[in-house]
Design a protein around this ligand. Sequence first.
Ligand code: APR
Ligand code: ZN
Length: 394
Amino acid sequence: MVRRGIVTSRSVHLTTCQNGPSRRGVPSESESWLMLAAVLRNTGDTDLDVTDTIEVNDPGPDDVIVKITHTGVCHSDVSAMNGTIPQPVPAVLGHEGAGVIEAVGDNVTEVSVGDHVIVVWSPPCGACQFCVGHKSPNLCTTVQFGSMMIPHFREGGSDVNAMAGAGTFAERTLLPKQAVVKIDDDIPLDIASLIGCGVMTGAGAALNTAKVAPGSSVIVYGAGGVGVAAIQGARIAGAAEIVAVDLNDAKLDDAKRFGATHAVTPDDVEGISAEITGGDGFDYALECIGNPITMRAAFDAVRRGGTACIVGVGRPEEMVQFSAFELFFMEKTLVGSYYGGTDVRSDFHKLLRLYKYGKLDLEGMITRRITIDEINPALEAVRRGEVIRQVIEF
Ligand code: APR
Ligand code: ZN
C-alpha cells in the first residue's frame, strides 16, 4: 500500500529549501529525500515493488538531484527485470526521464536549481578517447561505469541501485552533472522524457548510425517506441519506402501514422521485398526488437552492400549465426547502434527542434499517461507489445 503523505510533505519542504542559497536545495542532516519509487527486488520478478521507503542519497560536489516529473516505460525496463540486460538488484528501474533540477553539488555550474532537464543514461565525460578522439561520445563509459554505478538510493541502511545509473521510476534521482541535458522551459516534460531513451535510440539509429540516405528503401523490425522513432528517423532522412514489420496488427496501423509507407507481419516480408526491391533486398534494415531471429531476418532483408543496423537488445548469451562465406560475398554492413550513436549535448536539441516544427511526432507516441501505481500493468502491456509509449507522471 502506497502512502503519499510523506511525499507531499517532502515536496513542500524541498521547495522551501531551494530558496536557501547556502544549502543549494540539499536537505539538512536530520531530514531525508524519502519518496515513492518502483523497485526491482529480484531478477526474474514480474512485478516491481512500488514503495515509499526509498531515499535518494545526497549529491556529491559534481552531482545533481532531479525531481522526475515524467518517465517513459521502455522495453529495456522489462529486459532488466527478466535478466536480458544485466542489472544488480535491488534497483530503482527507469532510464527514460525528464524533470527539474532540485539540488546541485558545490562544483556544479552547468545547471541550476529549477532548470528543466532530460536524463541521459549513458553520458559523455567529454574528455576521454571515445568522447574526443573517436568522436563516439555515446560509447564513453567513464561516467556511466564510474559515478553512475555507485548506488544512488538507500532503504533503511541498505544500498539500492539505479537502473543504468539513471533510476527514473522515482520521484527524484541523483545523477552526475554530465547525465542531464538542459532544455528550454517551454518544452513539455512528458515529450522531453521520450527523447531520453526510445526516441534518441530509434531516430538516432536511422540518422546517425545507419545514415539512411534520401530516396532509399528501409525496413524496420518492431514498431514499439524505438521502432516508431526509427521509422520517423528514416522519414526525416528522406527514405522513399519505409516498411514496418510487427507481429501485432494494431502496430502496423500505428507505424503508418508515423511515416511507414508499408506495414506487414513477418510472414509478408518476402512479398513486400519483391514488390519494392524486386527481391534484391532493402538498402537498410533496422532491428528494433532485440530478438536473435529478427536480427538475422534484418540481415537477410538487406541487399548486397546494404546495411543491417541492430538497435534492439538481446540477452548476452544469445547468438546470431552468419555463414563465413556470406559475410564476404554479400558485402553487407552489420552495425550495432548504442543509444542512437548520439552526442546527447547536440542531438537532444536537434530532435526537440524537429518536434517543434512538426517533423517529429512525439505527442502521438504517448499511448497513455499513468501514475507510478500503474507501473505493473504498464510493464505487462509492454510485454504484450500493445503500446508505443506509456509515460508515468509524478
Ligand atoms: N516479430 C515482429 N515484431 C515483434 C516480434 C517479432 N518476433 N517480437 C516483438 N515484436 C514487436 C512487438 O509487437 C512490439 O510492437 O516489437 C515491438 C517492440 O516494441 P516495445 O516492446 O515497445 O519495445 P521498445 O521499447 O521499442 O524497445 C525495442 O530496443 O532499446 C531496445 O531494449 C529495447 O530491445 C528493445 C528494443
Ligand atoms: Zn530505453
